[in-house]
Design a protein. Structure first.
Length: 498
């Protein structure tokens, strides 16, 4: 029997999805794989404890500051072009990081790597929702993307430990080279070249400067709280300046004839609330990854590979749900109920993790928490991404993608900074009252896990109170976002059978 005409294109777009997610996985892995190698980098390049943080911070500032602009650039000049440009920059910067033999060279290369990471990851969701129009297919594709976004952190911990201990820290960067080259070649062959809607639709250079400077200042203020504190004059001034620039950006976009970021993207209550929920969840979950790894290393004395293996059930749980079952549940019950159920499981896992003692046994004290968080996250991430992209039109899908990734990145930075700062302060207080080092550390980490659970509980409250009820489509209860005259919004229908 001959192949149906649709079979070839359908197969090609699924292969294209794998290519996109391979590039995204490389970006996501980099954000955690480096953390495991920091002690080796510090010893080899003679970093001080304070300057070592810039190996991470230089990347975060560039990455978080450029995501929104990069997503909109994809709409204007073509998402594939922006993706390939970012992939090239990220791969070359990874080579420079691997070859770095000085502190300044590594920090500079990490900043450039952050630029490439922002360009690459900002447009991926926009490409996915454009390629996959049918509701069931889109739900499955977003599930694959969500698996990479959520499980990549846990996989990075394991990969960083293996590469650092088996070879050396340089290879956590060199491993990006073959992945980047292969992904670039396959992208040019498999992904269609989209011309974009044209720079004249959003050539707002002052607006671009305002949003990039504002986001970079906010991220910089947050990541520096570990050194200066949340209440310091430096933090407050930088944070206020960043927020003022972003307010000025919004005011300009409301008046500009061709705004860089059309404010209609925020017209949907579903989209706005979904991004708020996403920020809370990412702050809690990613903060838990960071603080949980420290707990395993400093209290339970796990080595780098042991930390990665300990978090492996989280990645497996996310894979089991996000790569298949979550899409079916979203189609059958809707994204909101699926999201709430997943959030409850994540909170349960965090509370179990919080109760782990200083002499915890993995199978009894930690494994149930890892499984609950993995299964919960496997439901949460596809659901919240589906909601956040529900009102994206073809003209604005890159912008919506950049917004989701900005929420994800800034949420993660805030979660880690808040938990690390408060956990350290609490541990110091316990030590000053005579607690042992181990008991003080455990007390600090338990506070961090309590904060993580509170953030996810906040996401549940926001979801129950503010997310509109689903009718025929996600966001159907919202006022329809303005669209260009020749195109209509493409909602994600959730009650249509697969």
């Amino acid at each position: 029997m001959s192949q149906t005409p649709a079979a070839g294109p359908d197969r090609q777009k699924w292969i294209a999805l794998v290519v996109l997610c391979a590039g995204f996985l490389m970006i996501v892995l980099d954000q955690t794989i480096v953390n495991v190698a920091l002690p080796s980098i510090q010893t080899d390049l003679h970093f001080s404890q304070s300057s070592l943080a810039w190996v991470v911070n230089a990347y975060l500032i560039a990455f978080g500051g450029l995501l929104l602009l990069a997503g909109r650039l994809g709409d204007l000049i073509g998402r594939r072009r922006v993706f390939l440009a970012g992939l090239t920059v990220f791969t070359l910067a990874s080579l420079a990081c691997g070859l770095a033999d000085s502190r300044s060279m590594l920090i500079g290369a990490r900043f450039v790597q952050g630029v490439g990471g922002a360009l690459t990851s900002a447009v991926i969701l926009g490409m996915i929702v454009t390629m996959f129009q049918r509701p069931a297919e889109r739900a499955q594709a977003l599930g694959v993307y969500s698996f990479v976004a959520a499980a990549g952190g846990a996989i990075g911990l394991l990969a960083g430990g293996v590469l650092t201990q088996a070879i050396n820290w340089h290879w956590i960067f060199f491993v990006n080279l073959p992945i980047g080259v292969a992904t670039g070649i396959l992208t040019t062959r498999l992904l269609p070249d989209d011309a974009g809607i044209g720079l004249d639709k959003g050539a707002d250079a002052p607006g671009a400067l305002l949003i990039v400077a504002g986001l970079m200042l906010v991220v910089y203020a947050i990541v520096e709280t570990s050194s200066y504190g949340w209440g310091s004059t430096r933090t407050l001034v930088l944070g206020a300046a960043g927020i003022a620039l972003m307010v000025a950006f919004v005011a300009r976009q409301a008046r500009a004839a061709n705004p860089l970021v059309p404010l209609r993207v925020f017209a949907s209550r579903t989209v706005s609330v979904a991004n708020l929920i996403f920020g809370l969840v990412v702050a809690g979950v990613f903060g838990m990854f960071f603080m949980g790894a420290l707990y395993l290393q400093r209290v339970l004395h796990y080595d780098a590979i042991g930390v990665g293996l300990a978090f492996l059930p989280v990645a497996l749980g996310i894979a089991a749900l996000a790569l298949g079952l979550a899409a079916k549940l979203i189609i059958r019950f809707g994204a909101k109920p699926t999201l709430i159920a997943g959030l409850i499981l994540v909170v349960a896992g965090l509370l179990v993790f919080r109760r782990a003692p200083a002499n915890a046994e993995y199978v009894v004290d930690l494994l149930p928490a890892m499984v609950s968080m993995g299964v919960g996250a496997g439901l949460v991430f596809p659901s919240v991404v589906t909601l956040a992209m529900s009102a994206a039109t073809p003209e604005d899908s890159g912008l919506a993608s950049g917004l989701v990734n900005t929420t994800r990145q800034v949420g993660g930075v805030i979660g880690i900074a808040v938990m690390a700062t408060l956990a350290t302060a609490h541990a110091d207080t316990l030590r000053s009252h005579g607690a042992t080092v181990s008991a003080a550390l455990l007390g600090g980490y338990r506070l961090a896990f309590t904060i993580a659970a509170a953030l996810v509980l906040g996401a549940i409250t926001v979801g129950l109170l503010l997310l509109p009820g689903e009718r025929k489509a996600v966001g159907a209860a919202d006022p329809a976002p303005a669209a260009l005259p020749d195109r209509e919004p493409q909602p994600v229908y959730l009650d249509e059978a697969a």
